[in-house]
Design a protein around this ligand. Structure first.
Ligand code: GCV
Length: 724
């Protein structure tokens, strides 16, 4: 009996030790596991024996120090000796010139001239004639970013003996938008429920919030919108403000400000007023008082995000006023506290426009220059809605008198939810690097939004987050890379997708080249793969209505024309595609002449945007020599086949990464492979009903007839309101 008990006890301990080792991805890219490369390990331990950390007593400096100690303990099993002396060649010196006398030198202060309040330098140098490594900044925030950058160098096994880094963010407001509802569902969220436990706040502050803030800060995110743009007015009542304040207090050490989405009609709904008209004196007073109240709870509150007169949300147009009137009302209320208004240009109202892609430009372009100085207009990357591929939004470059903020979607509403491996840096870069020609060649979207093109002080970028209560935060281990990539590009839009993937893979999984190299390539190819099996050649908005799950190009009976996929692809017996040239909706005219001309001409229009701008005959000869029909089929088949290749590539990684994560990715890739074929077979057969052309020889037959796909129904698809 005793032996049996001992045996069971041993077994339990053994099982625990196994599960303790298994990695569920919760530590994201901040694992800080012991460095396995012997040379790097030795170099780092030698160079970092001593630590002189004097960065002030502010909460951010304390957070920076804690992070450094945590990182060095994990990566190197090192607790550097901290004092004011330093040993030549073996000391890390950290702080600001004010707080750390060792850094109060001309060399350091000169280098920090351009660093602003968030930049930093990391340098192998000499101070008082002795070799050392310094991390210096003008503020605690800069020190924090410098520390995260330094730890990244160690995590990715860089040589640190010759460091010479000067870095600062190009964009001021780098914000993660949560579409989290107060009852904890997440609109378009595929990673579980909202991480904000409103019920337990403010009494219980989950340590998870600190991990969340560390992750954001590690990639330079400095603002968080806590709630859905389809906003509940309760968020700015006292009941919720005390909860918001608790989160703000938790995020403050990490340089993160809190923002809220507000509902334009709040003065009526929670203020008891009869109107929310922005020109009404009582309404103006109500918002001013509300702003004062918010700042009494959260002194460094960031400001408001607003979705108005869009998809049924109330707004200034409800009272016959303009978007500028609405934004300026809130801007005036926030201005005394230095808060900002992020006013969304995603207007998609009840009147059906001639072309939905034109609506934001039509409404906002005439308002250029009419916004108060603390308003920034937030524009989605493309003119329709976060599709797998869209051309850049024509408002970029078209509103020189107004600071514009770029909104990306990190959550994969249209890109396979959290079951498809799609690395989004490629999508982000395609937009950031696009040339608007607003002020001649080189007027990229990145330069519009970083303020440099027009000399705007206010500059911003937002990403709609993909975070939820799933153990790995994002639902798919590789979806974490999109959170990471958003932050890195928000800090520096010039980084390459390749470099970001490289860092993320090394920090998250392994520095083993035989892993990093093939898996990085798989990531870099993944977005194009998904475009191919979902919406090749400029097709868009052909997914399941409302759920946005799977293909449904046939839907033609939704409430209004521009809710229907058929509105967007316009397939008929002659051809397919939305004519947005002068013979069609003329949306091309919203772009600068150089861009317009390129898109308007069938011969010069990039193949990837072809059916976005043109209705093209099925037998049109593409630049490849294929007919349009054959080319479309080829893209769908190549896309689906590429997921098989991803499976093979991943299959070879068994043993190179944690077993639990290997298995998770393997299973998710199998779902993706199935769904890629579903997209392919449904779309090819549907478009074939118009082209009446055969699927060229050599391609496998679709698994099921078209009717099978048309009749599929799904219940409880995540991410839509009321799904639970
Ligand atoms: C938050 C799309 C999404 C909506 C989202 C909207 C927006 O329409 O499907 O869920 O609402 O964009 O960005 O406001």
């Amino acid at each position: 009996m005793k032996n049996r008990l001992l045996y069971i006890l041993a077994l339990i301990l053994f099982m625990q030790s196994i599960s303790a080792k298994a990695d569920n991805g919760h530590r994201l890219w901040l694992k800080y596991d012991r460095i396995t490369n012997v040379n790097n390990y030795k170099q780092y331990r030698y160079l970092l024996q001593q630590l002189v950390f004097r960065a002030g007593a502010d909460v951010t400096s304390v957070a920076a120090k804690n992070e450094l100690q945590r990182g060095l303990a994990g990566l190197l099993d090192l607790s550097p000796v901290e004092n004011n002396q330093f040993v030549a060649g073996r000391t890390l010196i950290i702080g600001t010139p004010e707080s750390n006398p060792l850094l109060h030198t001309k060399l350091v202060t000169d280098l920090l001239v351009q660093s602003g309040t968030e930049g930093f330098i990391i340098k192998a140098t000499q101070l008082s004639g002795k070799n050392c490594i310094i991390i210096a900044a003008n503020t605690g925030n800069g020190v924090l970013y410098g520390v995260f950058n330094f730890l990244r160098l160690l995590q990715t096994n860089q040589d640190i003996s010759q460091l010479n880094i000067t870095d600062s963010p190009r964009i001021n407001y780098r914000i993660l938008d949560h579409w989290d509802n107060l009852e904890r569902t997440v609109e378009r969220g595929y990673a579980g429920f909202s991480i904000w436990n409103w019920h337990k706040l403010p009494g219980y502050v989950d340590p998870l919030y600190v991990d969340y803030a560390r992750a954001d800060a590690s990639v330079g995110i400095n603002g968080v919108v806590l709630n859905n743009v389809n906003a509940n007015p309760l968020i700015i009542t006292k009941e919720y403000l005390v909860k918001v304040a608790a989160l703000a207090n938790t995020f403050r050490p990490y340089g993160i400000k809190v923002y809220l989405s507000v509902r334009f009609s709040s003065p009526v709904e929670i203020g008891g007023l009869k109107t929310a008209d922005p020109l009404d004196g009582q309404v103006q007073k109500w918002w001013k008082d509300k702003a004062d109240e918010i700042y009494s709870y959260i002194p460094d509150f960031g400001g408001f995000l607003v979705k108005a007169n869009s998809e049924g949300q109330p707004g200034p147009q409800t009272y016959g006023r303009s978007h500028a009137d609405g934004a300026n009302l809130l801007a005036d209320a926030l201005a005394p506290h230095k808060g900002i208004v992020m006013w969304r240009a995603f207007v998609y109202d009840n009147k059906v426009p001639d072309d939905r892609a034109k609506q934001a430009y039509n409404e906002f372009k005439p308002l250029d220059g009419k916004f108060k100085s603390n308003v920034i207009v937030q524009v989605k990357n493309g003119p329709v809605d976060f599709q797998p591929r869209e051309p850049f939004h024509p408002l970029f470059g078209a509103m020189p008198g107004t600071p514009l903020m770029l909104e990306f979607q990190i959550t994969q509403e249209y890109l396979g939810f959290s079951t498809h491996l799609v690395y989004l840096a490629s999508l982000f870069k395609e937009c950031l690097d696009a040339d608007t020609y607003a002020k001649g060649k080189g007027s990229t979207v990145a330069k519009v939004i970083d303020g440099s093109l027009e000399g705007h002080k206010l500059s911003g970028i937002a990403g709609v987050g993909n975070i939820g209560t799933d153990a790995n935060w994002c639902g798919h281990p590789f979806a974490q890379a999109n959170w990471f990539a958003f932050g890195r590009l928000a800090w520096n839009p010039e980084l390459t997708s390749d470099a970001i993937a490289d860092d993320w893979l090394r920090m998250t999984f392994s520095n083993d080249e035989s892993f990093v190299s093939p898996i990085k390539q798989m990531m870099l190819d993944s977005r194009e793969n998904s475009v191919n099996y979902m919406t090749p050649l400029g097709l868009h908005h052909i997914m399941g209505t409302n759920t946005h799950y799977g293909p449904a190009p046939w839907v033609d009976n939704a409430g209004r024309p521009d809710w229907n996929p058929v509105y967007y692809h316009k397939a008929d017996s002659a051809g397919v595609g939305f004519d947005r040239t002068g013979t069609g909706s003329n949306a091309v005219a919203q772009y600068a002449p150089q861009v317009r001309d390129e898109f308007e001409d069938l011969k010069t229009c990039p193949t990837k945007y072809l059916l976005w701008f043109h209705h093209v005959k099925w037998n049109y000869t593409m630049s490849s020599g294929n007919s349009l029909w054959n080319e479309m089929v080829q893209h769908y088949y190549t896309g689906a086949a590429s997921v098989k290749t991803m499976q093979q590539t991943w299959g070879k990684m068994n043993g190179k990464v944690d077993a639990e994560q290997f298995e998770e990715v393997k299973q998710l890739l199998a779902i993706q492979e199935q769904e890629a074929r579903w997209w392919r077979d449904a779309c090819v057969q549907y478009f074939q009903t118009f082209s009446r052309l055969p699927i060229p020889a050599g391609y496998e037959k679709p698994e099921h007839p078209l009717d099978y796909y048309r009749q599929l129904q799904f219940h409880y698809v995540p991410g839509i309101k009321g799904y639970n």
